[in-house]
Design a protein around this ligand. Structure first.
Ligand code: HEM
Length: 435
């Protein structure tokens, strides 16, 4: 998959990087200036409130922002031309995926000597107030990606939403109506996952609102908040009601609204691929947890062995089939998304986004290895025991042994799912553009 991604990576981009300015940072020009140009790798929307043109005293000068080249470049046109002196621009912009990028440039006009940033030597033109403003803006970093708070929020809400939704899908579609004990037992897990999702979504929403993010990111966080609240508050509705469809719709739409999938590649393809990716991820990831818990109960209740054991085997076989489709599903949809998001094959090893993806794929490979062993070695044994039981043999001991074997591998598999979901949260917030 890494090779396919490397070989096919397209030129589409989702985030935006600052490519330079005219005058350049640190440059001194001879003639009075009537415009300052800022250039970006991808279209951006300039945040006119946060973007300030300052003179050497740190006073804000009035300017008119003009978008050129489809948003790939912006001109700041001062109301009066900039004569001899030292100036600075503190700029902030929003990339198409909603991530904030920001930076600072300082330049001189006429016969002036620019001070090194934050150093005021004797003999250089007084630029104290300007330097204070620029230094404060520089401390905020260059942005790109969603920042540490957004990354943590995204990782937490992924854990809650995908696991909670996956367990709900397990109860609704993998368990049979007669297995009411499964639902009762798993409702608690859905509640806990729902609370985790609410915590992640609240942090996410607060950081989006405070950071003045675009409407799509705010709507995505709101939908995840609602999905988490529904899982935590009314998990029992999952049986025999349209609840599961409403929940699935809310989660799928929330994921379609954020991440790099919103801006890269053809929108319809990315939205469809993303929807399929998160659905397969929930079926596989949430299902592993649900099956582990169901089997733990089956193996613990010796007194109800005769009735619970056949249910345990049935659940394992039914889930194994779904999990097999899901493995291929997440892999194919994941590679398609990576193909459109990666700006160039090299970005896999030169950007944070690329490295996080590589680690995630390695974790998925380890998970798929466990799945392969279960699917080809343990599940056939369980199926064989089921056939023998149906023909009247007492196979309780064999079934117990095989279900126990399966249960043991589900522990490390769960740990891998948690790690993959955390990586996915970091991935969505990282920038696939270097610099
Ligand atoms: C080979 C396997 C996989 C590949 C190549 C892959 C790749 C990707 C890519 C490229 C994205 C989009 C990131 C962005 O917007 O910047 C993504 C998102 C995501 N992936 Fe995967 N993935 C894989 C497997 C999985 C698995 C196994 C899970 C969960 C168990 C998972 C869960 C997620 C989640 C929750 C998202 C966030 C979706 C969004 O915010 O729109 N992925 N993945």
């Amino acid at each position: 998959m890494v090779l396919v991604t490397l070989g096919c990576a397209s030129g589409a981009q989702a985030d935006a990087a600052f490519e330079g300015s005219s005058p350049a940072n640190g440059e001194t020009v001879a003639e009075p200036l009537t415009e300052i140009e800022l250039r970006f790798s991808d279209p951006i929307s300039l945040n006119e409130t946060e973007t300030r043109l300052l003179d050497s005293e740190g006073t804000e000068l009035v300017y008119e922002p003009v978008e050129i080249d489809g948003g790939n470049a912006w001109l700041l046109e001062p109301a009066i031309s900039l004569d001899e002196g030292i100036y600075g621009v503190v700029w902030q912009a929003e990339a198409a995926d909603g991530h904030t990028v920001r930076g600072v440039i300082r330049f001189g006009v006429g016969d002036v000597v620019l001070a090194e940033p934050a150093v005021e030597d004797e003999g250089t033109e007084a630029s104290g107030d300007l330097e204070t403003e620029l230094a404060a803006a520089e401390e905020l970093g260059t942005g790109g990606g969603g920042g540490p708070v957004a990354s943590i929020a995204s990782a937490i809400s992924n854990l809650g939403v995908i696991i909670g939704w996956g367990v709900a899908l397990f109860v609704a579609f993998v368990a049979l109506p007669r297995m009411t004990w499964v639902g009762l037992y798993l409702l608690r897990i859905m509640r806990i996952a729902g609370i985790v999702a609410v915590v992640g979504a609240v942090i996410d929403l607060a950081s989006q609102l405070l950071g003045g993010s675009s409407w799509n990111l705010i709507a995505a966080a709101l939908l995840r908040l609602l999905a988490g609240a529904a899982l935590a508050g009314v998990p029992g509705m999952v049986n025999g009601s349209p609840f599961i469809w409403v929940l699935s719709g809310a989660v799928i739409i929330s994921y379609a609204l954020d991440g790099h999938t919103v801006t890269a590649g053809p929108l319809w393809l990315m939205v469809a691929t993303d929807a399929a990716h998160v659905t397969f991820a929930a079926i596989w990831g949430g299902g592993i947890l649900a099956l582990a818990i169901a089997l733990a109960l089956v193996l613990r209740k010796r007194t109800q062995e005769a009735s619970l054991m056949p249910d345990g085997s049935e659940l394992a076989v039914r889930f194994s089939r779904l999990a097999t489709y899901s493995v291929f599903g997440v892999a194919v949809t994941g590679v398609v998304m990576a193909f459109f998001i990666l700006p160039s094959p090299g970005a896999l090893v030169t950007t944070a986004w690329g490295w996080i993806l590589l680690i995630k794929v390695a974790l998925v490979a380890a998970l798929a290895f466990f799945g392969y062993r279960n699917h080809f070695h343990v599940i056939p044994e369980i199926e064989y025991a089921q056939v023998q039981r149906d023909s009247g043999s007492d196979v309780r001991e064999e079934e117990r042994e095989h279900l126990g074997q399966l249960r043991k591998t589900l522990g490390p598999e769960m740990a891998l799912v948690v790690a993959i979901l955390i990586m996915s949260g970091l991935l969505v917030q990282a920038s696939p553009i270097a610099g």
